[in-house]
Ligand binder design. Structure first.
Ligand SMILES: [Zn+2]
Length: 202
């Protein structure tokens, strides 16, 4: 599926977390990527939307109750975060957050890349022209691997992240360098600029 950067709106949500929430329309369906807290400031709650979640962390999903949702897409591994406040980390920051909703497997509906490390089920979402990287890749850094409650998991997550980033580095080299990287936080950049800014992509 083709997607132009000009056709995407970007909103800052979830307060101090400054989560990037994205909105775009394809074939008459409005998609919201990673709705953070107060997404209602930007999205009319009369508007039916489909939600795509790059991963299950609180700051990327806590706007769900504010939206008029048709479908939610998430990876099977991270789907537990919808209903488990420990998995979505909300217990550490705020009121325990959970949201009961039927979810659909993101991999069956979109072009995705498995990108474990920041969470077990993180996904990179690929469109022709635009790539949503969640908290796996930022313009000048990569996501944390130590957000696991169980500290014994940290080493495993770090190893997974190393493999994920190596894979993405090779993949991004093969893609048109003027395609855009839309991360979960921070600046939107072209692939070409990512290779210049991000030490993990040198
Ligand atoms: Zn995250």
């Amino acid at each position: 599926m083709k997607l132009a950067i000009e056709d995407i709106q970007i909103f800052k949500t979830s307060g101090e977390f400054e989560t990037n929430t994205y909105r775009f329309t394809i074939d008459g369906i409005t998609y919201i990527v990673d709705p953070g807290l107060n997404v209602r400031k930007y999205i009319d709650d009369n508007e039916k939307v489909d939600v795509i979640l790059t991963h299950g962390h609180y700051d990327h999903i806590c706007g769900l109750p504010e939206l008029n949702i048709d479908k939610v897409y998430i990876s099977p591994e991270d789907s537990i975060a919808l209903t488990d406040p420990t998995s979505n980390l909300s217990v550490f920051f705020t009121e325990p957050f959970s949201f009961e909703i039927e979810w659909y497997n993101i991999d069956e509906h979109f072009q995705t890349i498995l990108a474990p490390g920041h969470t077990p089920g993180s996904r990179i979402l690929l469109f022709e022209g635009v790539i949503f990287t969640g908290d796996v890749v930022f313009s000048n850094s990569i996501g944390r691997v130590d957000l696991y409650v169980d500290k014994s998991e940290h080493a495993t997550m770090r190893k997974q992240m190393t493999v994920t980033i190596k894979h993405l580095r090779e993949l991004f080299k093969t893609l048109p360098q003027d395609w855009y990287i839309c991360p979960g936080h921070g600046e939107v950049v072209t692939i070409e600029r990512l290779f210049r800014l991000n030490p993990f992509f040198k």
